[in-house]
Design a protein around this ligand. Structure first.
Ligand SMILES: [Fe+2]
Length: 163
């Protein structure tokens, strides 16, 4: 698609993150199913529920423009999840996969944080305050989740992975 105006760029980026969030619902379910640590499983499940609310906010934002929600294939998220599937498919040691769940989730959170930061700025430039506010809410949630993942990574028992 040719994004020739700021409005079109906004809609393109919105469609991109709308696609990405849908992929993340399944991804967080997969991370949770592949994790042996109860606390981390709960973190993944909690964020999975939050993604549902984030998708609802995106629908509301499309609504502020009188547009139906539309997905644009997001190669960034797909690439990260493809790498995950590749590693998972190699029958990894369960502890290694435990760690990889956390780090992959962290990578996707960073991607989303960048996307939402940019979307907030574009919404402000378009003077769509309602959209900017909704996007800020999600951005805060994404940052909080990244922080929780970083805490889990910092306390991870690397000694549990065979060398
Ligand atoms: Fe998200």
């Amino acid at each position: 698609m040719g994004a020739s105006s700021l409005q079109e760029l906004f809609e393109h980026e919105l469609g991109d993150i709308y696609f990405a969030e849908h992929r993340m619902v399944d991804a967080y379910e997969q991370f949770a199913a592949n994790t042996n640590d109860q606390e981390v499983t709960e973190l993944f499940e909690a964020h999975r529920e939050q993604v549902g609310e984030q998708i609802e906010r995106l629908v509301q934002i499309f609504d502020t423009m009188g547009e139906p929600p539309q997905e644009e294939e997001c190669l960034g998220i797909e690439g990260l999840l493809d790498e995950y599937s590749e590693f998972e498919g190699e029958d990894p040691d369960p502890s290694a996969l435990d760690l990889y769940n956390i780090t992959t989730a962290g990578k996707t959170q960073r991607y989303e944080i960048s996307a939402y930061e940019s979307l907030v700025e574009v919404a402000k430039a378009l003077e769509n305050e309602e959209a900017a506010e909704l996007l800020r809410e999600t951005l805060d949630e994404e940052k909080e989740t990244l922080g929780q993942l970083q805490d889990q990574g910092a306390t991870f028992d690397y000694g549990s992975i065979p060398t």
